[in-house]
Design a protein around this ligand. Structure first.
Ligand code: SF4
Ligand code: SF4
Length: 360
């Protein structure tokens, strides 16, 4: 969690040639025509320099942290890291916190999850798992408390593929939300707490893309970290699947957190093709793919923005297929709500659930 200095931010600002390539992949800019990635650089500089918060401070919170601007920028300006620094400075200098952000942060500290749910994370599980294993499956808060269907499917698929794993009763929020909304001090406490538990295992398998990127980038772990799709990809190579579903078209929405920073692009596509789907691609896809709108705390900061971005993804998807697949619990959640809000008739499917249905 290294801190950028004002000098470093000025140097990055000087590098910007105003080529505007980042606008073309920024989901926020594409529908607001405002809040460009390079605008954020200027705003962060003001946030760093001013003693009073600048009028345009909110610009740094209007970002899904999808990292598309980092990927496309020819000058390699680390825009997302600069946004993180801007948010952190807003929190530390002026105590800026959105009302739900405050509540959610407190919920996490009190109960280990954003929903203040005091039930076990696997209250929905209808079977016994191994009590001990060298591999820890970290489900994440979204799957544990909002998508037990996805949780059950992941567990079933791992078992069918012969993966040895356990889930810890000590599982706690990874700190991703708290960090993303600028509260780096609390995120550090959470990282320290979880690291003690993680270090008991040889391998951590995350079910959620957000947990994966956060743990990979902010935890200092010796153990190997994998996203569950990588494990399934490795194990399924030699498995014969005889799909009972009819071969049909589908489109896959990449998770920002797996593609751009970590290059996990082919595994879900190969698995879907093995399941019998013929895949279509968005015009902007893979590393250039647009965000579903849910991320970077956007559903807490501005739910209407999150849903508009979700609507855009669904409208683009439906031009090519009436079935959209994702593997991320945040994407599923936001896309389903966008489909309902804007009455878009499309099937939103979870890759794990469909795989569980056809795997023997
Ligand atoms: S991280 Fe994504 S949403 Fe944020 S400024 Fe960059 S492209 Fe836009
Ligand atoms: S892509 Fe990079 S150099 Fe070009 S406008 Fe955006 S931040 Fe500036």
């Amino acid at each position: 969690m290294s801190k950028l200095t004002i000098k470093e931010i000025e140097e990055e600002l000087d590098k910007c040639t105003k080529c505007k390539l980042c606008e073309e992949v920024c989901s926020i800019f594409l529908f607001t025509k405002k809040f460009t990635p390079y605008d954020k650089l200027k705003v962060v500089k003001e946030i760093f320099q001013n003693s009073q918060k600048p009028d345009n401070w909110e610009t740094v919170f209007l970002c899904t942290k999808c990292e598309a601007c980092d990927y496309i920028c020819p000058e390699k300006i680390p825009l997302t890291k600069i946004v993180d620094e801007g948010r952190k400075t807003c929190v530390e200098k002026w105590g800026i916190q959105y009302p739900r952000q405050k509540v959610i942060t407190q919920n996490i500290l009190d109960t280990g999850n954003p929903f203040a749910n005091s039930e076990s994370r696997t209250a929905w599980l209808d079977k016994e798992l191994a009590k001990k294993s060298k591999n820890l499956l970290h489900l994440g808060c979204m799957i544990s408390y909002t998508n037990s269907k996805m949780g059950k499917s992941i567990i079933n698929v791992l078992e069918k593929l012969g993966v040895d794993f356990t889930i810890s009763p000590e599982e706690f929020c990874c700190g991703y939300f708290v960090y993303n909304t600028g509260n780096h001090k609390v995120a550090k406490q959470i990282i320290e707490r979880n690291s003690i538990e993680f270090k008991k295992y040889e391998q951590i398998i995350t079910a959620c893309a957000g947990c994966y990127t956060f743990i990979k980038e902010h935890y200092d772990l010796n153990n190997q970290l994998k996203h569950v799709i990588e494990i399934i990809f490795e194990k399924i190579q030699n498995k014969k699947i005889d799909p009972s579903i009819k071969r049909k078209l589908a489109i896959f929405l990449d998770s920002c957190h797996l593609t751009r920073p970590h290059g996990i692009i082919e595994p879900p596509r190969v698995i879907l093709e093995k399941m019998g789907y013929e895949l279509k691609e968005f015009d902007l896809t893979k590393e250039k793919g647009l965000c579903c709108g849910a991320d970077g705390g956007m559903r807490i900061i501005k739910i209407d923005f999150a849903l508009e971005m979700g609507k855009n993804r669904l409208e683009k998807a439906i031009e090519k297929s009436n079935t959209i697949f994702t593997l991320c619990p945040f994407c599923i959640h936001n896309l389903k709500e966008a489909a309902q809000t804007f009455a878009i008739d499309i099937q939103i499917k979870d890759i794990f659930e469909e795989l569980d249905k056809i795997l023997p």
